[in-house]
Design a protein around this ligand. Sequence first.
Ligand code: GDP
Length: 433
Amino acid sequence: MRIELPRTSERFGANVFYGPVQVYELDSGLRGQGGDEEGAIVALPYERLHEIQGQMAVVVPVRGERIRLIEGILFAIPNQCLVIVVSNSPREPVDRFRVEQQALYTFARLARKRVILVHQKDPLVAQAFLDAGYPDLVAEDGRVRDGKAEGMMIALALARLAGKRYVGFVDADNYSPGAAHEYICEYAAAFALTECQYAMARILWQSKPKYVDGQLYFAKWGRTSRVTNHFLNQLISRYTGFETDIMGTGNSGEHALTLELALRLDYATHYAVEPQHIVSLLERFGGERESPYPDVIREGVEIFQIESRNPHFHRAGEPDHIREMTRVALSTIHGSVLCPAALRREIEEELLAQGCLHDGDSVEPVRRYPPLLDMDFDTFHSTVERRLQATSVERVRLRWRGPSGSRRRHVSRTGPGEWPPGRDAEETQGPIN
Ligand code: GDP
C-alpha cells in the first residue's frame, strides 16, 4: 500500500492524534517493487501487511443482519486474519443465530479459514466473565448485556486468548466487501507505520453515499459524525488553547487497536464505544489526571486516521437511531471528568436543538466499563474452553449446543467435522437472506 505519512498532529499528554492521511495505491506490490520513496509517501510492501494481519483478529459484531451482508464481510477478510464473530441475533421466533452458524460453517470450510463464532447471550460467556472477576458486563438475568460494545469486549477477551497482537473491527451492515477488505489493509498499514505498542487506527470514510433529489450523492459527513467530531475537537481545544479540527473519526465503527491499548481503555455501552475511546485516551493518557498505566505515559499512544478510497455503503439508520447515536456520543463527552462546564452547556444546547433531549431533560450518563486488563484471563479461558476448543491457532473449533440444548455442532477450519448443514437450517435461510 502506498500511503501518505501524517503531516499534521495534535498532542494531548502522551497521545499523538495524527491528521487524516490519504492512500495513493491500495496495493504497491511486494518488498522492493513499490519503490522506496522517503518523505511524504511510503510504499508498505504486501509482505509487511500480510505479516501484521497474521497477528490480527478481525471482529464482526452482528445483530440480526442479513446473511448476505455478513457473508460479504467474511469474504473480505484476508485469510491470514483470525475471524471472530460475536452475534446478538435473536433466536426466536426464527433462530437467526442458527442460520449464521450455518453460513459461517460453510464459509470456514470453503475458505479454510480460522473462525470463532459466539453468541453474546451464551450463559457460559457471562459465567466466564464472572469467574474472571469482571462482573460489569453481566446483567441481572445472568447474560452479557445487549450492545455492540459489549459484543466487542467479548471479542477482545477471545482475541487475547488466541494470542493476537492487533484487533480490528468491521461492522456487518456494510454492502461492500471491497470496502471492508480495504479497511483491514489500512489497519495493517497504520500498524506498519508505528513501532508503538499502544496504537489505534480509525477509518475516515471517503464518502457515505445516499440519495438526494433522486441522485446518488457522495456525502462526506453524517449528522452524528459532524457533531461528535466538533465536540471532541472542542474538548481537545479547551485544554490546548488552540482550536483544532484534527479529529475526523469520532464515530468510526471501523477501527483497530493494538491489544495492549485495547485492554487499557474503558468502554461505553452500545454505540457510544467509538467516541468513548477518544474520551478515554484523553482521560487516561492526557496528563490532566494521574494515569493508572505509567508505562503507556512513558511510551506514548499514536492514533492514526486513514481516509479510505471505497465509499461506505451501509444500512441507513432511521432518524430515531441517528438521534440516539448522537445522544450517546455526546453524553460520553458531557460525562467526562475533563469536560468543562461551558462545553457541557453547549452539548446540552446541541442535543436540544437536534431533538435528542426535551426541555427539562438532563443528559443521562452512558454505562461505562472499566479496562479488561485486570481480568483473570486464565480463569476466563478455563471457563470458555468448555465450549470453545482452540487446539491451536491453526485449528480453532467452536462448540455450542443446538437450539434444543442437546445437539452439539462445531465450526472448524480444517474440515466439515460433525455438522453437515441440516435441512431445517436451510429452510429458515430464505426469509432472512
Ligand atoms: P451503525 O452502523 O453505527 O448505525 O450501528 P448499527 O446498529 O448498524 O450497528 C453496527 C454493527 O453492530 C452492526 O454490524 C450490527 O449488526 C452490530 N450490532 C448492533 N447491536 C449489537 C449488539 O447488541 N451486539 C452485537 N454483537 N452486535 C451488535
